[in-house]
Design a binder for this molecule. Structure first.
Ligand SMILES: [Zn+2]
Length: 290
């Protein structure tokens, strides 16, 4: 068994980097690196300037091909307000966009399925930034697959306990179907009649309860349209997680870029006052050597 301690060094560095991100630098990169403070500052800088690893994007673009829940027939709208040369001589472009909260790569705020729980604007940053645990079920996932406690336990057997404050990312392989709406959703229907025909993997109710009761994670993301699998009729995983203020991310992209353990996630939604979710830009930092 490989013990999970990855991230002690990188975690410290990354945490320091985030904490100190708002402070003006007192020295340049590498300057003063002979002192403990200088080494620390240089390590922080190395997270952001690419020397200590790579930042990867886990976000599908918003556009005409963005997949929404089948009851949403509008999708993502981008209307041109101005595009072209101005009388003043400069070029100018400006658009207005409109979208439902729950389409494309997006965040689910706890209030989405739990009355009285946090809205998007009230989610603390500690629920949006943290060490990633990637649960890879791509080799056994099928359109009605539910991720079990055994799947989570298999990750722990290889890497140790799920990290406290961690972000669990469920990798089913569905992200590679994104360009094919029918393959991604399991149906080509649109509207309310499509909902009973949805087929894609999700998290089982039992595994959601286990995460809430037995572990200390802050968020769960998945590379399918919903944390609950397509055939769910009661959205039990949503209700269980969100009742405990665990947030969700759906339609997450590019999870094949991440190691199972050792990466860090930053998942920042549009800060919608009173919102139940919102468009998300989710990225990850993968330290060198993983
Ligand atoms: Zn959602």
């Amino acid at each position: 068994m490989i013990v999970f301690r990855p991230s002690l060094a990188t975690g410290l560095v990354f945490g320091l980097a985030l904490v100190s991100a708002c402070e003006p630098p007192r020295t340049g990169v590498g300057e003063g690196s002979g002192t403990p403070e200088g080494v620390e500052r240089d390590a922080v800088a190395a997270v952001f300037d690419g020397r200590a690893g790579a930042w990867v994007d886990l976000t599908h673009p918003f556009g005409p091909g963005t997949i929404y829940w089948p009851t949403d027939t509008v999708g993502f709208r981008l209307d041109t307000l101005v595009y072209g040369p101005t009388e003043g001589g400069w070029f100018y472009a400006s658009y207005a966009f409109a979208t439902a909260e729950h389409g494309g790569t997006h965040l689910d705020a706890p209030i989405h399925f739990a009355h009285g729980r946090r809205t998007t604007d009230r989610i603390p940053l500690r629920s949006l930034i943290g060490p990633a645990a990637v649960i890879d079920v791509t080799t056994r996932a099928h359109p009605d697959y539910v991720i079990t406690i055994d799947d989570l336990s298999a990750w722990e057997a290889a890497h140790g306990p799920l990290p406290a404050g961690g972000i669990v990312l469920l990798r089913t392989g569905w992200g590679s179907r994104w360009a094919d709406r029918t393959a991604y959703l399991g149906t080509d229907l649109v509207g309310p009649e499509a909902v009973p025909e949805l087929h894609f993997p999700g998290l089982s109710a039992e595994a959601a309860r286990w995460l809430v009761e037995e572990r200390d994670v802050v968020a769960v993301g998945i590379d399918t349209p919903s944390i609950d699998y397509g055939q769910s009729a009661n959205f039990a995983a949503h209700v269980t997680l969100f009742s405990s203020e665990i947030v969700g991310s759906e339609n997450v992209a590019g999870l094949e870029q991440l190691p199972e353990a050792g990466a860090y996630v930053v998942a920042l939604p549009m800060k919608i006052e009173g919102g139940s979710g919102g468009p998300l830009r989710i990225v990850a930092f993968v330290p060198d050597g993983l």
